[in-house]
Design a protein around this ligand. Structure first.
Ligand SMILES: [Zn+2]
Length: 129
């Protein structure tokens, strides 16, 4: 099964929209945390910072995956598993347009920790979808 051209265009738009969403302005959040500094317990504040940092890391990861997917669109390798070179199903790409691995390779990557071919966040997103 090959992904058709208009489908790739669709995924490209999805990827670009998602990236724009992730790289958009987020000043309000940082300001809110700074402002809370006077009234909130130091520990709570540190906790909150940690959560924000964690989320930003996750998002940075996702942005990298999106950039990789957009690059694969350019090189004509989009929808092809990086691990086994098999096709990634359209259903999987619809749920996860930046998927770099087919489902079975992703599953074995998830099972084997260390050197993940793909970072964790994607699988939790897949489960939520
Ligand atoms: Zn595969």
């Amino acid at each position: 099964m090959t992904i058709r051209h208009h489908e790739i265009e669709h995924f490209r738009r999805e990827l670009e929209a998602k990236r724009a969403e992730l790289t958009g302005p987020r000043d309000a959040e940082g300001i809110a945390i700074e402002r809370a500094a006077d009234s909130v317990d130091e520990v709570v504040l540190a906790n909150e910072r940690e959560l924000v940092v964690e989320r930003l890391n996750r998002e940075a990861n996702l942005i990298r995956q999106i950039a990789g997917a957009l690059e694969r669109i350019t090189t004509g390798e989009y929808g092809i598993c990086l691990e086994c070179a098999g096709p990634i199903s359209a259903k999987r790409l619809t749920a996860l347009p930046w998927a770099a691995l087919c489902l079975s390779c992703q599953e074995s990557a998830d099972r084997e920790p260390g050197e993940p071919a793909m970072p964790r966040p994607s699988s939790s997103i897949l489960e939520a979808a």
